[in-house]
Write a protein that binds this ligand. Structure first.
Ligand code: SAH
Length: 343
């Protein structure tokens, strides 16, 4: 059976036309599911009997199941069970400017970053578009809120699931559907160069974030094996191309790991890589996990690092720490669930 949340407006129109229905039927259906949030076709009172039975025959609208949640003052973490028994996570953060949701894009991850909990489970499969969308729909319903910002920074590598993630973005930003502003969405990638190039040509205003985490190739290859396939020089060149095509500022994410990538030398190298470019560097205090030996950099070292970048006229911020009390770093909740820790 098909899931209606896999369908962008254009795909639904095509499917309906192929089956003898009308384009405006897609508008009616979108209005019910995204505006009225009614999912039972039988309750869609302005649809013909014929269309309702067609929809019932073709779609099952299976929902992912909210299995568990862990709550902190400004962070809620959600564990979802998928139809095949796999688990994924989403994290909701309350900022002073609204709610920000971090969604997963895959079950597990193949990128093998040495500090990241998500990659301890190798990729099992890509998430379908509906499985990404329903993370948002269920959380909005459970909390009785609307999401203001969305980041694809949960479990998985979104550019290793490009087509489904882009359909997800199309539905999110469609004013007939979720109607979230393009600029309110950020996709984070470890640096899959061919997909960054493709993304540059999408002609959308969705933000791009790059997980850099190192200031030279030797260090980056140690931390992120993907650097062997797509080394720093090529990645930076691709970021330059992206900026010249889109004229959009790129976020560079840099996790601060004590005595690994947080030296003065590293800060200077990083400054040299990005001096004068349309980027902003986000320094992220590492969220320590029991499975890895990495430590979070000392506050004083993070500030020293920050100052060096600032003095090179680079836009830089230190990310406020969210969710360290609720194991909100990618994959931590799933990891505990699988080892029986949460039950
Ligand atoms: N695969 C994508 C998106 C998922 S990871 C990417 O690599 O960008 C989202 C971000 O969280 C990445 O920057 C990742 O490196 C970072 N991250 C992973 N584990 C972390 C931890 N324990 N503490 C802080 N950030 C972490």
């Amino acid at each position: 059976m098909k899931n209606i949340f896999n369908y962008t407006y254009d795909k639904l129109v095509t499917f309906l036309l192929e089956n003898g229905f009308k384009k405006f039927n897609a508008n009616q259906i979108f209005d019910w599911i995204y505006k009225k949030r009614v999912y039972d076709f039988n309750k869609m009172s302005n649809l013909s009997k014929k269309l309702i039975s067609f929809l019932n025959e073709n779609f099952d609208n299976y929902f992912i199941e909210l299995e568990d949640s862990v709550n902190d003052v400004d962070t809620n973490k959600y564990l979802f069970k998928l139809y095949d028994g796999n688990y994924i996570e989403a994290v909701l953060m309350k900022h002073n400017y609204g709610f920000s949701l971090c969604v997963s894009s895959q079950v597990g991850c193949n990128m093998s970053c040495t500090f990241c909990e998500s990659g301890r489970l190798k990729k099992v499969r890509n998430l379908e578009t509906y499985e990404m969308l329903e993370q948002l729909i269920i959380i909005e319903k459970t909390k009785n809120i609307r999401i203001d910002n969305l980041v694809v920074m949960g479990i998985g590598e979104p550019f290793d699931n490009y087509n489904n993630v882009m359909d997800f973005v199309r539905i999110l930003t469609d004013n007939k559907a979720i109607n979230l502003g393009q600029r309110r969405i950020t996709i984070s990638t470890c640096g899959i160069i061919p997909k960054i190039k493709e993304f540059a040509k999408e002609n959308i205003q969705v933000n791009l974030a790059i997980s850099l985490h190192a200031s030279n190739d030797e260090l980056r290859t140690k931390l992120m094996p993907i650097n062997k396939a797509y080394p720093l020089k090529d990645l930076i060149k691709t970021i330059d191309e992206y900026i010249s095509i889109t004229n959009r500022r790129v976020t560079i994410e840099y996790i601060m790991l004590e005595n690994i990538n947080d030296s003065v030398e590293n800060a200077k190298e990083l400054a040299n890589l990005f001096k004068g470019k349309l980027v902003y560097i986000n320094l992220i205090p590492y969220n320590e996990t029991e499975n890895f030996l990495y430590k979070k950099s000392k506050k004083s070292q993070i500030l020293k690092f920050y100052d060096i970048l600032k003095k090179s006229n680079i836009n830089v911020t230190i990310r406020r720490e969210f969710g360290s009390n609720v194991d909100a770093a990618c994959g931590q909740l799933r990891a505990r669930k699988e080892s029986g820790g949460l039950c």
